[in-house]
Design a protein around this ligand. Structure first.
Ligand code: ATP
Ligand code: MN
Length: 477
């Protein structure tokens, strides 16, 4: 296609020479000014057309959405808003775009509408900014762990273990659903299925990461996870990406330190590397906030919110302490919570998490030592026998962004907990083996990638920070 210069690079180049750019037309004003975007950055390149030098039939095809190849001379810009522009010498239409049917017009579209045309929304400022930041975060996650000597483990996506999240899993099968092979008692014979057993899409890579950590010491996974939970919320997806570090010889305090260091590193990374996109999203958020009633508006801008998270140590307290705060809180006493906090043992809802973070402490919070009844079987039992060494990291506007724990490394205690919680220990012998052969204290957590992207971009719906969201009733594209 002959040498192409990216718009990102061109906008930082001194004028004087000739260049070729390719991209999509955002607008074409006065038969003269083309705003061209190639996704390399938020800013458009202004290409100036001397219409007397071009065939009118070609100019007519320069429409919003059309793909162009422009060769021209980079010159200082006369107009405001850019320092250089391209004086077009040759224009080639790479792909026409019929504006009569093109759904994206150069105006503000609602996020709901754009979700319906997710195949085209990459071409908007908002979504190109979101997905560039999503990429930066993904890169920064690998960099963070790599710099600290962690080994990236690819945990399986199809699993035969049903230890966690039974009922929330998507089954994977090649059996004919209209005529499945049956056992004598009428149940489905999964021995005839592809893997010789019933299988599912993974809900978490943690158990496999634990196996690796007990040899490689410091590992992490970063992969897709699937939950068939019927949660139609702005914070849940049926398919989402999770980062799960697992570290041998770490206790709960080490685990909290790792989580806090990681989150701060990732936020700092985006502030350092995504200035243009962040500023745009900050502006977008400010405009969205203006639509809200005064008392619901955020006191901080997006960048202030991010900086605030970096400046303060996260508040660490136990579940028991949190319950006391919540029980005595004004919304609880005034009956404002949908789920009132009556006694110790209650599972915390998002409204409670957000009260603690946004109203009470006004900063990120790490809650620890939850009642064992509301947490998973693999979390280390505390000495009192009633709580476990769990930790949830709670963020403003999001609620839970990380869930983790120190793991139960004692064989007998783990087996006892599995029996209590009706986890089939026979099928989990591989997991129990690690506790028989050189077991050590270890800890880890799961960070929901989209919840992090949501926080950093200031977007409000998780369906807008993954390219093609999957949620109940929707698997388009
Ligand atoms: P929640 O209580 O918010 O449903 P959870 O307790 O089920 O979350 P975990 O099983 O601890 O979540 O998963 C670890 C992390 O994965 C969570 O802290 C969250 O960031 C993310 N996560 C969990 N479920 C979803 C989902 N359905 N969509 C997107 N992210 C999720
Ligand atoms: Mn959790």
């Amino acid at each position: 296609m002959s040498k192409r210069t990216k718009i990102l690079d061109l906008l930082q180049t001194a004028p004087g020479s000739d260049y070729t750019v390719m991209g999509w037309v955002r607008t074409f004003r006065n038969n003269q000014f083309i705003a061209l975007n190639d996704g390399s950055c938020l800013a458009n390149l202004q290409a100036v057309v001397d219409f007397e030098n071009f065939d009118p039939s070609l100019l007519k095809r320069i429409t919003t959405g059309a793909a162009l190849k422009i060769t021209g001379t980079l010159i200082p810009s006369q107009g405001k808003g850019q320092s250089v522009e391209l004086k077009a010498n040759a224009i080639e239409i790479l792909g026409d775009c019929d504006v009569e049917v093109y759904p994206l017009q150069p105006k503000r579209h609602s996020l709901e509408f754009l979700r319906e045309i997710a195949h085209l929304r990459f071409r908007t400022n908002t979504f190109s900014a979101v997905f560039r930041i999503r990429h930066a975060l993904s890169y920064a996650i690998h960099k963070f762990f790599n710099d600290r000597g962690f080994v990236n483990i690819h945990s399986p996506i199809v699993t035969g273990s049903d230890a966690e999240g039974a009922g929330e899993m998507f089954q994977v099968t090649t059996l004919d659903l209209n005529n499945p092979p049956k056992n004598e008692d009428g149940s489905i014979n999964f021995k005839k299925d592809f893997f010789g057993k019933a299988t599912n899409l993974t809900v978490s890579g943690q158990l496999e990461a634990e196996l690796a950590a007990l040899a490689l010491s410091e590992v992490y996974t970063f992969g897709p996870t699937f939950r068939a939970e019927n949660s139609n919320t702005t914070r849940h997806l049926a398919e989402f990406w999770m980062i799960e570090p697992e570290v041998a010889f770490n206790d709960l305090d080490d685990n909290m330190d790792l989580a806090e260091d990681m989150l701060k590193y990732l936020i700092q990374y985006v502030m350092d590397h995504c200035e243009e996109d962040l500023s745009f999203l900050e502006q977008r958020l400010a405009e969205e906030e203006k639509q809200k009633p005064q008392q619901e508006r955020s006191e901080m801008s997006l960048k202030e919110k991010l900086a605030f998270c970096l400046e303060h140590p996260f508040e660490r307290l136990t579940y028991t302490e949190a319950i006391d705060i919540l029980k005595n809180s004004t919304p609880n006493k005034k009956g404002k919570f949908q789920y009132p906090i009556e006694k110790w043992g209650a599972d915390l809802q998002s409204e409670h998490e957000r009260y603690l973070v946004e109203k009470h402490f006004k900063k990120p919070v790490i809650l620890t030592n939850y009642p064992k009844e509301i947490k998973a079987f693999y979390m280390r039992l505390d000495d009192d026998g009633t709580t476990v060494r769990a930790m949830d990291v709670l963020f403003p506007g999001i609620g839970e962004i990380i869930g983790g724990s120190q793991r139960e490394e004692r064989y007998d205690v783990l087996l006892g907990r599995m029996k209590e919680m009706h986890i089939p220990a026979e099928e989990m012998s591989w997991f129990l083996d690690t506790r028989k052969f050189g077991t050590v204290p270890h800890a880890g957590f799961g960070l929901g990638f989209e919840r992090l992207v949501l926080f950093v971009t200031g977007m409000t719906n998780i369906r807008d920070v993954i390219p093609f969201p999957r949620f109940p009733g929707n698997a388009e594209f």
